[in-house]
Design a protein around this ligand. Sequence first.
Ligand code: ATP
Length: 234
Amino acid sequence: MLSVTSLVTSYGSIKALKGIDLEVPEGSIVSLIGANGAGKTTAMKSIAGIIKPQEGKITFQGKAIQGWPSHKIVGLGMSLVPEGRQILARMTVLENLEMGAYQRKDKEIAQDLEKVFSRFPILSERKHQAGGTLSGGQQQMLAISRALMARPKLLLLDEPSMGLAPLVVAEIFRVIQEINQEGTTVLLVEQNVRQALKIAHYAYVLETGKIVLHGSAQEIAQNPRVKEAYLGGS
Ligand code: ATP
């Protein structure tokens, strides 16, 4: 579904991605793990068209999309849930959700809103409240729901569990798995490596702008280097 080849992205003279390759097969959850500053967010933003890569190829649904503006990529069926959620704090929950569907021309938006509200009843209860009044976990659920309102075929999630309490983290991972089982392909960036590898099918390890390891999530979880660096040696 998504294929990235030799992707290079720089900030001025800093090469954040030094030629990465990755594949996200349809129906899967693929996880991208790595330390702070490894380039995970840069990879997500480059794929979603938020920043322009200097070199390389990104193929999504059979189309070469590198250099495309992000709204066109959303239109093709890819949505990003950015790091830090970035919900619109002064707009209501409902308005945030409607923003997610702004490019759609079909008549099933109301139906999809109902789906969001049945998945997350708290968002229904608070639909007329400002997004900024929600707790961190609720804001993450809103950010994920807003992305789903675009009806993506591929959902990119950048650190969805960041800063959340353990019970909320478990809920977020459960929701990601559920969304995948309902047919949405997922590319997941996570600091919570243990949980990410539990739900992922395949994983890539990014270190200072390069993919240093990849394999099935099970293989990666068993890898001594990964255990040492990302799983607290256990
Ligand atoms: P984190 O988990 O901390 O978000 P990351 O793996 O997502 O880390 P990136 O945010 O992609 O890493 O950063 C990769 C490299 O690019 C880092 O060296 C970072 O300092 C640098 N970088 C990121 N954003 C910018 C920017 N806007 N301008 C300059 N350098 C940047």
